[in-house]
Write a protein that binds this ligand. Structure first.
Ligand code: TRH
Length: 393
């Protein structure tokens, strides 16, 4: 029976039926926080039949990933997920209904009223703190560790995504490989770039990146390359550097430019399910942050990761931990050149395109092998659902 709490009515129990799950997401910056939460929410609803509510404090960022989301609405639904505009920190929806599984993404703090209602629920919810992805070894030791609440009889469990055994893995939809195999390159070029696909012999590169001082050197190397390079650049933080290089006022969706062997095309930002096809269309992908980093791995193409920069270079050990997985099994020379190139793209040294790309065949083989290894850990949504179900018994 619902009771009143402030302006909201309260129902301590979840709706009858399928597992109810609330995901809370605070957008720090860019698209990674909502990118991961939106993908997880869709998967839990579509693949596991859960009733998912996603609380998000920034609907503008969400709108970019899902144009069906109207930033003016407090409550709406898309792709089978109920979306609440979360007026953090105190608000928890008009009806305070406590789910069976509560996911606090990336250490965002749950509303106090929600936590106290969780403690009143007869069957305590499974409370998960979904952490950022890290490939570091310690992650497996901390994955699924419970942490008791200081005041309530509630445990919060740390759920760590990772690239190795014993971690929560990374998100991968059940249909992803089939979609990738059904991808039609020529049709994609006509629809997304508005031209026919470049002829064989052209190296196609996608570039989703933050501002990066190494970009000018790389653009010069591609311009001076013996073979043609087609660069696909989604509009965003790196666009200004492209505009400066080509002497243009901007480099926004639809723009094209050529210098020497380099042809560059600016693309519009597309809804999240369409992002993968950019990675499938390219021979090499530059990605960043967390979610696009994962998608590049599933694309089974060589890729270069620009890690989200942290103070005191705290991100560099994380970069090397990812390299340790991804470069494992490559011959020494190719491995060293991959490491040099990734480091240069993350601020240490200058990029050397020829040194990197002469290993193309080895990198392509490794990309396919690595995707198979990563898949053996299981997908994050499936791992999370399995764990939650064991706790709900
Ligand atoms: O945007 P990102 O840099 O995100 C982040 C945030 O900075 C976040 O605070 C930080 O925690 C995290 O990185 C590590 O990069 P990411 O994670 O790759 O997210 C980008 C999302 O945008 C991803 O879901 C793919 C999506 N996307 C589209 O949907 N359409 C597009 O056209 C493009 C280029 C990307």
């Amino acid at each position: 029976m619902p009771v009143a709490a402030g302006n909201a009515s309260v129902n301590f129990d979840a709706p009858a039926g399928n597992i109810a799950c609330d995901i809370f997401c605070a957008v720090i910056d860019n698209f990674g926080d909502i990118g991961v939460c939106w993908r997880l929410a869709r998967q839990l609803a579509a693949e596991h039949g859960w009733q998912v509510r996603l609380f998000v404090d920034n609907l503008k960022a969400f709108h970019a990933l899902c144009p069906a989301v109207d930033p003016a609405l407090d409550r709406q639904s898309a792709a089978g997920v109920v979306i609440e505009h979360w007026h953090a920190p105190s608000h928890a929806g008009d009806t305070l209904q406590i789910a069976d599984v509560v996911i606090e993404a990336f250490g965002c703090e749950l509303p106090a009223v929600y936590v106290s209602a969780m403690a009143c629920r007869e069957q305590k919810p499974v409370w998960l703190n979904l952490e950022y992805l890290s490939a570091e070894d310690w992650v497996a030791d901390f994955h699924l560790r419970p942490s008791p609440h200081p005041r309530y009889a509630l445990d919060k469990t740390f759920f760590f995504p990772g690239l190795g055994p014993g971690t929560g893995g990374v998100l991968k939809e059940r249909t992803l490989d089939a979609e990738r195999e059904a991808f039609r390159r020529d049709a994609w070029w006509r629809a997304r770039v508005g031209i026919t696909a470049p002829p064989p012999g052209t190296t196609v590169i996608s570039m989703f990146a933050y501002e990066n001082p190494a970009i000018d050197t790389l653009l010069e190397q591609w311009r001076d390359s013996d073979t043609p390079v087609a660069l696909l650049v989604p509009e965003g933080r790196i666009s200004g550097a492209l505009a400066r290089f080509f002497g243009l006022p901007d480099f926004l969706a639809g723009a094209k430019a050529q210098s020497g062997s380099l042809k560059a095309y600016a693309l519009g930002f597309v809804e999240q399910p369409l992002f993968d096809s950019l990675l499938w269309a390219a021979d090499l992908n530059f990605v960043r942050g967390e979610d696009s980093f994962v998608r590049a791995q599933w694309a089974q193409k060589p890729f270069v990761w620009q890690i989200y920069p942290q103070g005191d270079d705290a991100h560099l050990p994380k970069l090397d931990a990812a390299l340790a997985h991804y470069a494992n099994g490559l011959p020494d020379g190719a491995r060293a050149s991959l490491e040099r190139f990734w480091h240069a793209w993350n601020g240490a040294g200058a990029p050397d395109w020829d040194d990197f790309w002469r290993n193309r065949a080895l990198l392509e083989q490794r990309a396919a092998d690595w995707a198979a290894e990563l898949a053996s850990i299981g997908d994050l949504a499936g791992n999370l659902a399995e764990f939650a179900k064991t706790q709900l018994k």
